[in-house]
Ligand binder design. Structure first.
Ligand SMILES: O=C(O)CCC(=O)C(=O)O
Ligand SMILES: [Fe+2]
Length: 261
């Protein structure tokens, strides 16, 4: 991992401990639990997202970057969710499966789908998308994310990467329709993939400053919260990783303002 500040924080109930709250200070003293300790395997009738213990958050900070990362689903839960999503999610085809960059149209190197509250429209990479109605599994995941963060979401963008050749180029999720006060909540299922943040002033050859990129690995069952102002100052990407042969599904839960209902 690159040089950046990592702090252990925990979420209690549906409330993220604020930076200097007593809970936060107490949790900072704890070590980050490993996967098995952090999320115990649950018996059959436990509903996804009904946590029996606080979520072990890791704080990721750099100049203008504020993220929280945690494993919110056990392996068993994450396997189940992946399987259900493979059955339920219908991905875009045809014109909807293309993006426009500086006026040129490209096929996207992954599959995409959008779900959300009835009638919600969202423009992404120059393409306006109408949200499909929530499926039971998506509602389940959305509610688990709300429970873990205290934030509500009305829209999810789903990206399916068939293997390590599928990827996503550098971008910021700073569209005007997004509620600027709401984090983007990114749930990852399937193959673990690298995720790279790059500061807007440190991109390309003629960059004005030298700022180290922030690199993470997003694991099966994880939640990454990109809190404001992260998406203003930092671009992010999911680079090609040729050795990865397994699929991955990523869901970014968002809150859209002024929905055209
Ligand atoms: O797949 C990922 O982790 C990245 C997704 C993303 O950046 C997006 O949906 O805007
Ligand atoms: Fe993004």
């Amino acid at each position: 991992m690159e040089k950046f500040k990592v702090e252990v924080g925990l979420l209690q109930g549906s409330r993220l401990c604020t930076k200097n709250s007593p809970e936060r200070r107490e949790w900072k003293m704890m070590k980050l639990l490993n996967d098995d300790e952090a999320i115990q395997e649950e018996d059959g009738d436990t509903k996804v997202g009904e946590f029996s213990h606080p979520v072990p958050w890791q704080k990721i900070e750099a100049e203008g970057l504020d993220c929280d990362y945690a494993l919110i689903f056990s392996k068993k839960e994450a396997d189940e969710l992946f399987k259900h999503l493979e059955e339920e999610v219908v991905y875009s085809t045809g014109e909807e499966a293309k993006v426009q960059v500086y006026g040129k149209v490209y096929n996207i190197p992954r599959k995409q789908a959008t779900y959300g509250d009835t009638g919600l429209m969202y423009t992404y990479s120059g393409v306006a998308r109408l949200a499909c109605p929530w499926t039971p599994t998506l509602e389940n995941i959305r509610d688990a994310v709300t429970k873990a963060t205290g934030q509500t979401f009305n829209f999810v963008l789903i990206n399916r990467y068939k293997d390590g050749l599928d990827h996503m180029g550098e971008h910021r999720d700073d569209e005007k329709e997004l509620d600027p006060s709401c984090p983007i909540a990114s749930v990852s299922l399937g193959a673990a993939r690298d995720f790279v943040f790059r500061h807007r002033d440190a991109r390309g050859r003629n960059s004005s400053r030298q700022i180290e990129p922030v690199k993470l690995e997003l694991s099966h069952g994880s939640l990454l919260l990109m809190n404001p102002p992260t998406n203003h100052f930092w671009y992010h990407s999911l680079p090609v990783r040729r050795k990865i042969l397994q699929p991955r599904i990523n869901l970014t839960f968002r809150r859209i303002l002024n929905s055209k209902k």
